[in-house]
Design a protein around this ligand. Sequence first.
Ligand code: UT7
Length: 325
Amino acid sequence: MAVIRSVIRGVGAYLPRRIMTNADIARIVDTSDEWIIERTGIKRRHIAEDGELTSDLGIAAARQALVRAGVDPVDIDLVICATATPDRTFPATAVRIQSGLGITKGAAFDLQAVCSGFVYGLATADNFLKAGQFKRALVVGAETFSRILDWSDRGTCVLFGDGAGAVVLEAQSQHGDREDRGILATRLRSDGRFEDLLYVDGGPGSTKTTGHLRMNGREVFRHAVQKISGVIEETLLMSGFAADEIDLYVPHQANKRILDGIAKKLGVSPEKIVMTLSHHGNTSAASIPLALNQAFEEHRVAEGNLVLMEAMGGGFTWGAVLARW
Ligand code: UT7
């Protein structure tokens, strides 16, 4: 039976030019290159210049995705920007991206699920496309986390960086079987009981300030391995694929040890896991499309491949998306 699937037509990414190494951070807080690499796998991160906004990063990533997709911006009728670091409290960064690309039709909105934002964005766009409400969606993950970090807290400032990634999704008719291209399964979860383990201590509705990121790293780590493994297993079960049938795992990039732990738990070989965090750290909602972009540029993903994306972030929120390239 014919069904509509959201097919990934193109991927793009953008990283700010300024690079901050572990040695640079060790000049600000009491840390070392050895500690950061050993505990996280991160070697450097990109930091946006003053005046370089989340929307600027998102627009650059989106332009590359659109060119690779061969899609004219005016043919996009839905823009979703997953971000926890919007340019302004409102309007939505997605609307600024939409207008920066010269798009005046359709709808644009931001989506807030922190590090799970891109997975949430894909699932949301997928439902709009499958329902026939829109034809082509741009899903962007864009962040300037450097602006909400407490640069005196070594437990968090060493972990994050700025960047953006984007994909173009198009509604296409498929056969409705295991060989279909496009998004095949999505699974989203959240549980607000864990808010105090990872949050920002400010906001327009509480402190009237932006606030700074706070995290109980050890506890988040413990939950991440367990919750992400669980949601991957649920997504595979829903779709009827086995873990070893997946060609490429494109995870949120928070900590190399978390990714190693998940691989071990699920019995996935390390070559199948895209790891990019060494050169840009944790870029929150941008990390999955940045990793997808790198896999694309390295020819690690080809048409017909099964790609599994997963993330966990503040909230907690977590989730996974299975797609055939
Ligand atoms: O994207 C959202 C999801 N976020 C995550 O998934 C992050 C999850 N958590 C983590 O990645 C890890 O917990 C961290 C990398 C944040 C920390 O690693 P850890 O192995 O859990 O270290 P820890 O917090 O248990 O701290 C161990 C020691 C402590 O010293 P003492 O108390 O043993 O003397 C910390 O004070 O390491 C110390 N420490 C540092 N030392 C040097 C913490 N941060 C640093 C640092 N440099 N940057």
